[in-house]
Design a protein around this ligand. Sequence first.
Ligand SMILES: Cc1cc2nc3c(=O)[nH]c(=O)nc-3n(C[C@H](O)[C@H](O)[C@H](O)COP(=O)(O)OP(=O)(O)OC[C@H]3O[C@@H](n4cnc5c(N)ncnc54)[C@H](O)[C@@H]3O)c2cc1C
Ligand code: FES
Length: 344
Amino acid sequence: MGEKHRVRFEPVGIEIEVDEEQTVLRSASEQGLMLMHGCKEGQCAACKSFVLDGDDIELDRYSTFALPDYEKEEGFTLLCRAHVYEDVTIELLNFDEEMIRSGLPIQNAVAEVVAINHVTHDLRHLVLRLIEPAEITFFPGQYMDIQVPGTDVTRSFSMASTNGRQLEFVIKVYPDGIFSSYLDTKLKVGDRLDLTGPFGVFTLRDAPDRDLIFIGGGAGLAPILALLRSMAERGIDRKAVFYYGARTAQDLCFVEEIEALRDKLPGFKFIPALSEPVEGADWAGETGFITDVLRRHGLDLKKAHAYLCGPPPMVEAAMPLLAQLGTPEKHIYYDKFTTTGGED
Ligand SMILES: Cc1cc2nc3c(=O)[nH]c(=O)nc-3n(C[C@H](O)[C@H](O)[C@H](O)COP(=O)(O)OP(=O)(O)OC[C@H]3O[C@@H](n4cnc5c(N)ncnc54)[C@H](O)[C@@H]3O)c2cc1C
Ligand code: FES
């Protein structure tokens, strides 16, 4: 461990001590402070903040898409990459005060593989049972970092489950992906995995009078499924619609369960859509990119809270569209499933 320095966050007036060897975000997470973040790898910009006071800050490797050089020169920084070497004051640009203080401290855990099911040609449903500790507390919609066995590489995966003994994930397999190809070719029932978490701010905000719109693509289904399942468990009857995008009907999964949720969620509508429907196949549902379907429906979303999750291009296409349809920017919550391999 290195020397420690004070980091003060404005405008919330919270102070923490941060070890030089840890990033500001990591240290905050360990102290139960839930700052806005996504990839934790300097790629998504969700943790971008402004340095009000202090110069001695160094950044681990990051993408200049997330923090262009001119922004860095102006004083912006990425909390997930920033190490501080003196006391500093940081202005949070994107924050939710209620969230910040409701964070759960992250912990390390060991879990055993209970099942690995093929739910589509490239999506796997991974089920883990926690061994040590036997349970962890998390908010539905959060994610864990799972270590690739035999390496110090970790990858983030959102829980589709809602309670802390058995963790469920929906994971996309990339043929040469470090974690996902291990999952697909080597991992077996009974193996153990090391995890750290929970992380993430893709959690249901308490706003009973607001409608909900969920938009998910591919494995982005996972945290949305967690939110829907938890709404059903808690009897939350807010009006909700889930736009679920996939290429073909074979790329959709958990459809029966989602449709059945209508019995427990009276205000719930499910709209799956296919961007590449197979000609002549039996599909009576929507077609086109999920954002095109949403645009065609032309909903008035001024009073809605929106939750988006999936590959970055889908999230980036949906955000301006939701804003056009009236969703206030501060009520658009998202997780971009950025990938690590092969990025600068
Ligand atoms: C907050 C968050 C939550 C997430 N939740 C989920 C989830 O629930 N489910 C899910 O499936 N994913 C999720 N992800 C994405 C996940 O963390 C991984 O990034 C993803 O699964 C790929 O990991 P991998 O190790 O299998 O592939 P990687 O090894 O990271 O490779 C990813 C891609 O890069 C390519 N690549 C690798 N190396 C190179 C190279 N040298 N040059 C060019 N290309 C290369 C690979 O072919 C592949 O296409 C989430 C990400 C974030 C940030
Ligand atoms: S850039 Fe920091 S969390 Fe993604």
